[in-house]
Design a protein around this ligand. Structure first.
Ligand code: PLP
Length: 419
């Protein structure tokens, strides 16, 4: 597909996102903060509203009509998520509040079976969500954390990774697409190596699920986590995929209603998965919204979204490459941008990322500034903070142009003051 054709994809879908059609400080909104959270299509918003206006009741507990409608909607969304990631069984999808909770679930439930001296391999590019739960586990149990570093091109160092693996390795937990570097990690090969040592593999797919087809059976990961709000769904809903036998072996995480089979005063038995991990009244409307978002993304086509974003990546990097002051982090895109995501973390020398974000906001442009919840990575790449423009399939080449023009203006302005 050419960019001209793909612009048609963005222009086709933009009408589906009501929030995009507004002015910020008198300028059309250019939303380039999609790695933090995506915007929501009307289909997902309508699903939320429809649920509350027509079907609202608690799930699994009632025999009345509203309760069975709510249960059907909630469980139907689980089928959709399972199909979206190609899970072998619907029971392999556990709803959580977000990806952070999903990782904590594994760290607490499965992690409680680990012993002092067992090793967990992470990478230096992990989001804090895939670091702190393991640090807490290390404090509780004495497990040892090991870290994969970066190659010269700021990608996952596969050779060093292999040198860290041993019979002591119990888990490898890595990000699929880095939210700061944008690199796409070879998680299928990472999983294959880990499994040779009998280690389990968790994939943080927060930044891949919204942008490219993800197939858990092909990756052969033991767990995979995602956040709904980054993939067109409401906040407050995410999920944990786990292989059925792996989930079944895990003790419960949170206790309460819904997750039980029989309860006595002094002990209880637990429901089968996935309900064993879904204590209390869940985020019913949000799960239904996630189902609608997944339907929407599937209708647009994950292949199409990915191909379009690859073209946008090439364009974004080409334009950024024209500005001498700009330093980008993570690998440069290869010929078809198949090595990275449509986001750019960068610094400009003179303009502090926070100042840049504030100035760009005046032009209606939303970008992020800071450490993007990857403080250790920022230390590793020796950047105190970076600015980040992250794109989605509703962004256009024209929006990239608006961003680049404002970026150039800001650099020139600060250059005049400090230059
Ligand atoms: C790579 C990655 N992992 C995990 C998370 C955490 O997601 P949440 O805050 O929705 O739990 C994020 C969010 O920015 C992320 O980008």
């Amino acid at each position: 597909m050419t960019l001209a054709q793909e612009r048609t994809l963005a222009s086709k879908v933009r009408a589906d996102f009501p929030i995009l059609h507004q002015q910020i400080h008198g300028k059309p909104l250019v939303y380039l903060d999609n790695a933090a959270t995506s915007q929501k299509p009307k289909a997902a918003l309508d699903a939320l509203m429809h649920y509350y206006q027509n079907d609202n009741a608690n799930v699994h507990r009632g025999v009345h009509t509203l309760s069975s409608r709510a249960t059907d909607g909630y469980e139907g969304a689980r089928d959709k998520v399972a199909a979206f990631v190609n899970a072998a069984k619907r029971e392999e999808i556990v709803y959580t509040r977000n990806a952070s909770e999903a990782i904590n679930l594994v760290a607490y439930a499965w992690g409680s079976t680990l012993q002092a001296g067992d090793e967990i391999i992470l990478s230096v590019m992990e989001h804090h969500s895939n670091l702190i739960p393991w640090q807490l586990l290390a404090k509780r149990t004495g497990v040892v954390l090991k870290f994969v570093e970066l190659t010269e091109t700021q990608e996952f160092d596969f050779e060093q990774y292999k040198s860290l693996l041993s019979d002591r390795t119990k888990l490898v937990s890595v990000v699929h697409v880095s939210n700061t570097l944008g690199c796409i990690n070879p998680v299928k090969a990472i999983a294959a190596e880990a499994h040779r040592y009998g280690a389990k593999v968790l994939v943080d797919a927060c930044q891949s699920l919204p942008h490219m087809p993800v197939d858990v059976q092909d990756l052969d990961c033991d767990w995979l986590v995602g956040s709904g709000h980054k993939m067109c769904a409401p906040t407050g809903i995410g999920f944990l995929y786990g292989k059925l036998d792996v989930l079944r072996e895990m003790p419960p995480f949170l206790g309460g209603g819904e997750m039980i089979a029989d309860v006595f005063l002094d002990h209880s038995t637990y429901a089968d998965v996935p309900h064993k991990f879904e204590a209390g009244t869940p985020a019913i409307a949000e799960a239904i919204g996630l189902g609608a978002a997944v339907d929407y993304l599937t209708r647009v086509g994950m292949d199409k979204i990915h191909a379009y974003e690859q073209e946008l990546t090439l364009y974004l990097y080409h334009q950024l490459g024209q500005i001498p002051e700009v330093v980008t982090y993570g690998p440069k895109p290869n010929a078809d941008a198949s090595n990275r995501a449509a986001l750019a973390s960068f610094t400009t020398g003179t303009v502090h990322p926070h100042d840049l974000s504030t100035i760009l906001d005046q032009a209606g442009i939303a970008i992020r500034a800071g450490h993007h919840c990857t403080q250790p990575l920022h230390r590793y790449i020796k950047a105190q903070s970076t600015a980040r423009a992250s794109l989605y399939f509703y962004n256009t080449k024209e929006e990239v142009d608006v961003f680049i023009a404002s970026l150039k203006e800001a650099i020139a302005f600060f250059g005049d003051i400090f230059g």
